[in-house]
Write a protein of this length. Structure first.
Length: 104
């Protein structure tokens, strides 16, 4: 078997992706807390009203983005667990085969 026949899993990348997705989720959730804080910045009611429309649209897209981030985080976590299990299963098979061959 050549080097190109092997599956190489970058656990560090998967773990950092999982952490980064959690951080993104936290940041997206935290944006909602600042919504009321900026209303007074706009001053005039018509400008504030337009900004409210913008923020409401952004909230819809943010929710959709948040759902996608959560789904991706679950997929990364599932992948990590699956690769861990596969790695353990392969190790057990190799050890069993090794012991059946008398340690050869």
């Amino acid at each position: 078997m050549g080097e190109n026949d092997r599956l190489v899993v970058d656990y560090t990348l998967l773990e950092s992706s999982k952490k980064n997705l959690k951080d993104i989720k936290k940041a997206l959730n935290g944006i909602e807390e600042h919504r009321a804080d900026i209303r007074d910045i706009w001053g005039h009611d018509s400008i504030a009203g337009k900004m409210d429309e913008f923020v409401n649209n952004w909230d819809n897209y943010r929710r959709e983005l948040l759902e996608n981030v959560e789904d991706l985080g679950k997929q990364v976590d599932t992948s990590l667990k699956a690769f861990d299990k596969l790695d353990l299963d392969l190790k057990n098979v190799a050890e069993k085969k090794h012991s059946q061959n008398g340690g050869k």
